[in-house]
Design a protein around this ligand. Structure first.
Ligand code: CAO
Length: 564
């Protein structure tokens, strides 16, 4: 086994930058496997291996500028490959370049091609046919961009079209200065060497530059064949010619719109950057280049995308057509800590947003005078302890709502998904919100209307405990007709609860407090419980809401009504 070097082949440019390694030390590679990606001002290209074997050493690093002949990798070649290599007499471990091998093999061919290099052409013949040069492959390569349009004045070196194969994208430069008179290609066409790109009328009888990468022949000399370049690598024109482009866009019969062409022409970016921009639909004409002569770099694309994501204009619409809240990089203002939402938190967020967006909410407020209720509840405290339970205002609220639901059936209903009918429920199951460390849970007490206060208080206690201990079963959280959200123990004067769709109503309960109440002749201290009733205005109108609220208030204010 011997080790051999592979060198940078003719890349059609003086220099190119190593932008990506596609192999690493120890990899087994076959002939033609891509080794690394190089990018020049005009082309990005994958350099294929000319040997099969094991990668021994990488000789260049990302960011290195390399030119033709620079050794890039050492390969420990397979014995089979060795067998076909010419005898070198080198012992194992000697380094011989693969390029040397290839030079030996193709030396004559190259010499021929040098001999056959066309002599410098002049533009005396006004009409020039612009042909696809040797693009390094016999396979058709796709046109991904047309950089000029009919009527444009182009200078020698200006990009005419951009081609892209699996391995490389390349800009095909014009060999002549003059006016484009015809374009025969469109984006998506597949072109091979010698295909006609278009025609050009030369400005004056300049001496045409010698180029091994562009073929242009006079229409008058139909027998001319495109010149064959010495190396089969993508065409690349000097960056300088790209930089001095000053396209003149003329109206006319362009195959691509002159506007598109003008934009394409005024953009200074390498093929890899153009490809990336296409993949992410980034309009290159809006990207500020930070490279030499304002060349657009990959970093510029990243900065553009980041900026777009942060700016309000980047807001995308959600499924319901509502603009999403723009992403903000909070770390720009100070240190931050990101914590993933709990599972319950995520579900709650989704449910809340769905209800908020789907349900036209109305919330109305009232106070229930629970002075007598609280006196009664206080009187039952001992008994509650004896029973091993605790009687809070919540069982009274459940009982009052159950009665109000039975008497106001629209609150004990749901809107059919098609919005064309109301589904009335013959059962009365009520959910109540429980604040747990993992998030908000809503266990459901079934058939509240059939249960007494003690039974309800026991169920509240056991379901709230199960919720906090994460022991609620899915069935215990299903089937509610209505919800009570009691924040009373925490405080607050009132809040607007969100309907838990497809339910149509929810009662918010804030903190009871002693307030002076005018009885017609004097102010009396009364215990008032603030209530807020939110409902789905598609099903329930204000009068329905008022009736329901009045009934709940009346029931809580005089619990003897529970028995009626
Ligand atoms: N006003 C004044 N005091 C109240 C009150 C009110 N509206 N509601 C309850 N209290 C009192 C209770 O009477 C109890 O005091 P005592 O021990 O002196 O009797 C104390 O506050 C604590 O009650 P509790 O919270 O233990 O029991 P509860 O039955 O009132 O509530 C539960 C149970 C599970 C609903 C409650 O613990 C809870 O989790 N509430 C939060 C609900 C929530 O987060 N809602 C928001 C949903 S939308 O984001």
């Amino acid at each position: 086994m011997t080790t051999q070097q592979i060198q940078v082949p003719d890349i059609g440019a003086d220099e190119a930058e190593v932008i990506e390694w596609l192999v690493q030390v120890g990899d087994r590679i076959e002939i033609d496997d891509s080794l690394l990606v190089l990018e020049s001002d005009k082309a990005s290209m994958e350099v294929p291996s000319t040997l099969a074997g094991k990668v021994e050493t990488l000789l260049v690093s990302i960011g290195d500028a390399v030119s033709e002949g620079v050794p890039i990798v050492v390969i420990r070649v397979d014995s089979a490959a060795e067998a076909v290599l010419p005898e070198t007499g080198d012992s194992d471990g000697d380094i011989e370049t693969a390029a040397d091998q290839r030079d030996d093999q193709v030396g004559h061919e190259e010499q021929d091609s040098v001999v056959n290099e066309p002599s410098p052409k002049t533009a005396e013949t006004a009409h020039q046919t612009l042909l696809v040069p040797d693009i390094g492959t016999d396979d058709g390569v796709e046109v991904i961009e047309i950089s000029v349009s009919v009527g444009d004045q182009v200078s020698e070196g200006d990009t005419l079209i951009v081609l892209e194969s699996d391995k490389a994208s390349m800009e095909i430069p014009s060999e002549f200065s003059g006016e484009i008179t015809a374009l025969m290609v469109t984006v998506g066409d597949t072109l091979c060497q010698g295909d006609v790109i278009g025609e050009l009328v030369a400005q004056a009888a300049h001496e045409a530059p010698v180029s091994s990468s562009v073929a242009a022949v006079s229409t008058d000399t139909s027998s001319s064949t495109p010149p064959k370049p010495a190396a089969a690598m993508p065409a690349a024109a000097p960056a300088e010619s790209m930089a001095k482009k000053a396209p003149a866009v003329a109206p006319g019969t362009a195959i691509v719109s002159s506007q598109e062409s003008a934009i394409a022409n005024s953009i200074y970016a390498g093929p890899a950057v153009r490809k990336l921009a296409r993949e992410f639909s980034i309009p290159l004409d809006q990207v500020q280049g930070s490279g030499p002569r304002s060349r657009i770099l990959k970093e510029d694309l990243q900065a553009f995308v980041q900026h777009k994501l942060r700016s309000p204009q980047a807001a995308v619409t959600t499924g319901s057509g509502i603009p999403a809240v723009p992403a903000v990089d909070f770390s720009a203002f100070g240190s931050v800590r990101t914590e993933e939402l709990s599972k319950i938190g995520k579900v709650t967020a989704t449910n809340m947003q769905r209800s908020w967006l789907n349900v036209p909410h109305v919330t109305q407020f009232d106070d229930a005078d629970i002075t007598d209720l609280e006196a009664f509840r206080g009187a039952l405290k001992e008994e509650a302890t004896r029973r091993g339970t605790k009687l809070t205002p919540l069982p009274f609220l459940l009982k009052a709502c159950a009665i109000a639901l039975r008497e106001n059936p629209k609150f004990n209903a749901s809107l059919a998904p098609d919005g064309q009918s109301i589904i009335f429920k013959e059962y009365i199951h009520i959910g109540f919100a429980v604040d747990t460390p993992a998030g908000l849970l809503v266990p459901v007490i079934r058939d509240v209307d059939t249960k007494g206060l003690w039974e309800l208080s026991e169920e509240v206690l056991s379901l709230a405990a199960a919720a906090r201990d994460k022991k609620l079963k899915p069935a215990q959280m299903q089937g509610a007709c209505f919800t009570i959200s009691s924040l009373g123990a925490l405080g607050g004067k009132g809040f607007t609860p969100i309907v838990n769709a497809p339910e149509v109503g929810i009662l918010g309960v804030a903190k009871a407090s002693i307030q002076p109440v005018w009885n017609g002749s004097e102010f009396l201290p009364r215990n008032l419980l603030p209530l807020s009733l939110s409902y789905d205005h598609r099903v329930i109108n204000g009068a329905d809401g008022g009736r329901f609220m009045n009934q709940v208030v009346a029931l809580l204010s005089d619990i003897r009504r529970f028995t009626l």
